[in-house]
Design a protein around this ligand. Structure first.
Ligand SMILES: NC(=O)c1ccc[n+]([C@@H]2O[C@H](COP(=O)([O-])OP(=O)(O)OC[C@H]3O[C@@H](n4cnc5c(N)ncnc54)[C@H](OP(=O)(O)O)[C@@H]3O)[C@@H](O)[C@H]2O)c1
Length: 345
């Protein structure tokens, strides 16, 4: 397993990381967490043996149980790994006005609760889980900077922000000499490629490392569900999880994944993850797995690469026309490339 720098920071993360959203209870965040105890420990140990050094969770996954199960599974391995968790949303039902958001109050209380649940004295990467339009970035960034100064947190990351929101935060950090976000955890996979228009170019430009969530679109890109069929019972897709905007296109993409996988003797999941690993802004792809067999399958996405034809086939089927102003910039750039004096002459 290779490591990559997380953006412009000096922190090296494994190209595949593990997401512990499947850890926790049978209740809680989107009913996804179903892995506990020895099963969780076996998954974590297999990841470490394969070279995975980054484990991602959130305070809201399974109402905090994901952090507890992950912390327990990492007992004895803590010094070998990096732990990433998140703050923004309310952990318990019926939250009061200060039980969510990115206020200093909520951040300080949340980090203490996460440290306790994880059973650790520091968080390696502390990420804001989403935008909070009601708290000024200055307050949030100052509170996060304090956590780095006191050693409770080592690096800062963001998740699910629009490019302008993240750029603005980076500008404030620079102006006020505060710790900056070095990672951005975003939804990016073969059927959700919107990030390519703004989020990825700005991440490269600003030195922010991309980590990709739901690399298999919650299981769809693993290819077990055929068009017109119901998702297999008991799977996350049967429960319902971020449905694709364009179902027809999604299943066409799955067909191409099957074709490439069959030709190569690999699996559709491996091809989908491999495609992400080859995108230049990506620091780490966060694997989701609910058992060892799925993990083993997904870990085999490293150590090889897709060829140009395979990449072109995947692009052709999954490409979506860019929204304005990107189509305007692309046609302008193309015209400029054709003419040494540029479109305006
Ligand atoms: N920042 C955010 O807002 C955000 C949002 C979502 C996720 N995340 C992070 O990203 C991590 C990964 O996301 P994800 O769990 O949605 O990833 P994913 O890979 O898109 O989906 C994982 C699910 O797909 C199925 N699956 C995985 N590997 C498979 C295989 N080889 N063959 C067949 N089915 C397979 C399993 O579900 P079934 O067996 O039930 O089908 C598994 O639980 C999470 O753990 C979390 O850390 C962050």
């Amino acid at each position: 397993m290779r490591t990559r720098f997380l953006g412009r920071s000096g922190l090296q993360v494994s190209e595949l990381s593990f997401g512990a959203m499947t850890f926790g209870g049978s209740h809680g965040y989107q009913h996804i967490g179903q892995v506990h105890g020895t099963e969780a420990k076996a998954i974590v140990e297999r990841c470490v043996a394969a070279g995975v050094n980054l484990f991602d969770t959130s305070d809201v996954y399974s109402g905090g149980r994901s952090e507890e199960v992950l912390g327990e599974a990492l007992r004895g391995l803590r010094s070998e790994v990096l732990i990433a968790t998140k703050v923004r949303w309310a952990v318990a039902g019926n939250p009061g006005p200060n039980d969510q958001g990115l206020s200093r109050h909520h951040i300080v209380r949340s980090v203490e609760a996460s440290l306790r649940r994880l059973g650790t004295d520091h968080i390696d990467l502390y990420q804001v889980h989403g935008w909070d339009g009601r708290t000024p970035w200055e307050e949030t960034l100052r509170a996060l900077d304090d956590l780095v100064r006191t050693g409770k947190v080592r690096y800062l990351g963001a998740s699910n922000l629009a490019a302008w929101q993240l750029t603005r935060a980076l500008g404030i950090s620079e102006r006020d000499r505060l710790e900056r976000f070095v990672g951005h955890q975003i939804q990016y996979n073969l059927i959700s490629r919107e990030a390519e228009w703004d989020l990825l170019p700005m991440a490269v430009d600003q030195g922010v490392g991309i980590t990709c969530w739901s690399p298999l679109a919650g299981g769809l890109l693993a290819g077990r569900q055929r068009p017109g069929q119901h998702p297999p019972a008991g799977t996350r897709r049967a429960i319902g999880y971020f449905e694709p905007h364009d179902t027809g296109k999604a299943f066409d993409t799955v067909s191409v994944l099957h074709k490439i996988a069959d030709n190569r003797g690999v699996t559709p999941a491996q091809v989908a993850i491999r495609w992400l690993l080859d995108q230049s802004a990506v620091s780490s792809v966060i694997l989701g797995a609910r058992d060892l067999a799925q993990l083993e399958d997904n870990l085999a996405a490293v150590g090889w690469t897709l060829d140009d034809t395979e990449r072109a086939d995947l692009d052709l089927v999954s490409y979506a026309p860019p929204p304005y102003p990107h189509w305007h910039q692309i046609s302008t750039n193309a015209a400029r490339a054709d003419s040494p004096v540029g479109v305006d002459g």
